[in-house]
Design a protein around this ligand. Structure first.
Ligand code: AMP
Length: 249
């Protein structure tokens, strides 16, 4: 069984993101970039499936500029077998990514596509769902457990009221939640081995996909600064502030 994993290059989760002076986006110059944390979980899950003898090949796919090669190399060092880079400097929105993934699915015929539940840069939480809709495949989103059995995948999902388990018929889409697993660190020998694994580079045009954005970003702003808290001397002062300042009583 082939497994396709989507890995996005994003601003590292430790970086304090700053808005560009012209408010058109966030500052990316000289900023550390890494694999989206939910995608690391997706790669880890696929590698565990291969180690358990349930998957035969893992293909890591990334879309974006040439530097996404590094993200694919990280996936290869974690245990993916080969990579596909859909290279473009154009802005890619979730619908475009889903269309590109659909074209790659048609080319590679995987039984399972694993994505992160969301990318920590745009926080869209859309690509997996859009891909499922475009392919007409079942989807298990926010997975905290995936069990493959024959032609089915039992996916336990984190929902508001607790956990829900759905049974999907393969081929299907799974998006990962934080508690699915703890991704491994790539060992040095595996990083070295990953350098020899193949990465195919394709242009969006070659896949026949129009990646033109459908949404326009009007303005990006810093969130409002939080005001500092104060310690009040007694309950009557608190009541007074709630009544006369916050006006909630
Ligand atoms: P989003 O819908 O943008 O929050 O992204 C959800 C998931 O879709 C990510 O965790 C990735 O698995 C995948 N994805 C989104 N954009 C890309 C991209 N440019 N390259 C590869 N995978 C992506």
């Amino acid at each position: 069984m082939k497994v396709l994993v989507a890995v996005k290059r994003v601003v590292d989760f430790n970086v304090k993101v700053r808005v560009k002076a012209d408010q058109t986006g966030v500052e990316l110059a000289n900023v550390k970039m890494s694999m989206n944390p939910f995608d690391e979980i997706a790669v880890e899950e696929a590698v565990r499936m291969k180690e358990a003898g349930k998957a035969t090949e893992i293909i890591a796919v990334s879309m974006g500029p040439a530097a996404c090669q590094e993200t694919i190399r990280t996936a290869l060092a974690m245990g993916a077998d080969r990579g596909i880079l859909v290279q473009t400097d154009a802005e890619l929105q979730p619908l475009a990514v889903a269309k590109l993934l659909k074209a790659i699915v048609a080319k590679e015929n995987p039984q399972l596509v694993v994505l992160g539940k969301q990318a920590i840069d745009d926080d869209s939480n859309q690509t997996g769902q859009m891909l499922a809709a475009l392919l007409g495949w079942p989807q298990g989103t926010f997975a905290s457990k995936v069990a493959l059995d024959g032609g089915k995948a039992a996916v336990t999902r984190e929902v508001d009221g607790g956990l829900e388990t759905v049974s999907l018929t393969l081929p299907c889409i799974v998006t990962t939640d934080l508690r699915l697993n703890e991704p491994r660190y790539a060992s040095l020998p595996n990083i070295m081995k990953a350098k020899k694994k193949p990465i195919e580079t394709i242009a969006p045009d070659a896949l026949g996909v129009d990646v033109a954005p459908r949404l326009v970003t009007l303005r990006v702003e810093e969130p409002a600064k939080r005001k500092g808290g104060t310690k009040l001397p007694d309950i009557p002062t608190l009541i007074d502030k709630l009544r006369n300042e916050a006006k909630v009583l």
